[in-house]
Write a protein that binds this ligand. Structure first.
Ligand code: 5BU
Length: 268
């Protein structure tokens, strides 16, 4: 059976990485494949979103470097909310440098991302050294990495052979690379000696039920297009939720749409 036709829980066992298994199980437990892109610029707003939306999401996605009044207490409180509501934290850092540099960017600096973010992501652009560098830091902490195989923005250069190579890199690093940021489940010819495709998670930004895009190149698709047609696993929604007058009501709508599409995919 193709991976995307199995339940999230059934797929959890095939991942050695504990963060991937935990995510898949909690999605079925909480009945949600919704991730919020919490792109707000103050500590108070970020924590408020985590607390009010926590019950409806599987992953809380941050851009920690846009928070103007960042401090360590923000991390402490965010971790407490992740525990309270049982969601994972994903710092959308998009690392893009050589292995030795990203190692420091991941573990040190102001943010110490590896110490609190369950999941982070990296561009495959520099080659496999970027994975090896991040892995040195992240694997001992049981973290998971997503590779940016594709982007949602118009004119993205991450396509074709580039995206396929991302899949091959992931196959070689399955202990740490748990999946992709992408627009669709990728189908790449098996490597020599490989008997069946490895399962990977696909988390997909560029989701809105209201807009076709924004004025800066963002392109949106619906939860049904992403989960059912493109066979991805998690919908990532930002302005469609936090920009609405009632974010909790909107989160409920996106959660229901994402879940209905998943059930349709399973044939439930
Ligand atoms: P939006 O408000 O739903 O458009 O926010 C989308 C979020 O996903 C935002 O945090 C982006 O940085 C992030 N994103 C994206 O939009 N497209 C991509 O291909 C990647 C990340 Br990778």
């Amino acid at each position: 059976m193709p991976h995307h036709k199995s339940s999230y829980t059934a797929r959890a066992a095939s991942f050695k990485n504990p963060t991937a298994s935990r995510l898949l199980k909690l999605m079925d437990e909480k009945q949600t494949n919704l991730s919020i892109a919490a792109d707000v610029t103050t500590k108070a707003e970020l924590l408020k979103l985590a607390d009010v939306l926590g019950p409806y999401i599987c992953v809380f996605k941050t851009h920690i470097d846009i928070v103007t009044d960042f401090d360590q207490d923000l991390i402490k409180q965010l971790e407490a909310l992740a525990q309270k509501h049982n969601f994972l934290i994903f710092e959308d850092r998009k690392f893009a440098d050589i292995g030795n540099t990203v190692k420091h960017q991941y573990s040190q600096g102001v943010y110490h991302i590896a110490s609190w973010s369950d999941i982070t992501n990296a561009h495959p652009l520099p080659g496999e050294g970027i994975i090896k560098g991040l892995k040195e830091v992240g694997l001992p902490l049981s973290r998971g990495l997503l590779l940016l195989a594709e982007m949602s923005s118009a004119g993205s250069l991450a396509k074709g052979a580039y995206s396929e190579e991302a899949v091959r890199m992931a196959r070689r690093n399955r202990d740490f690379v748990i999946g992709f940021i992408g627009q669709r489940r990728l189908s790449v010819p098996l490597d020599a000696g490989q008997e069946q495709e490895d399962d990977f998670l696909y988390l997909t930004p560029g989701v809105s039920m209201a807009q076709p895009g924004d004025s800066l190149g963002q392109q949106y698709r619906s939860p049904e297009q992403v989960i059912l047609e493109s066979e991805c696993d998690v919908i990532i929604v930002g302005r469609g939720i936090y920009g609405a007058a009632d974010p909790v009501a909107k989160a409920t709508e996106y959660r229901e749409a994402g879940w209905a599409a998943y059930q349709k995919r399973l044939g439930v």
